[in-house]
Write a new protein. Sequence first.
Length: 41
Amino acid sequence: MVGFVHDASGSWTPALLVILGSVLMFFVCTTLAVRLVPKGR
């Protein structure tokens, strides 16, 4: 996906933004998943 974005745009900036967006989504999903686990575990 990153290679496709780089080829389509001709620049690394949008490709790095795709990576940053993926990391942020992973962080948000992980944070929400941890909050849903009962405290006793």
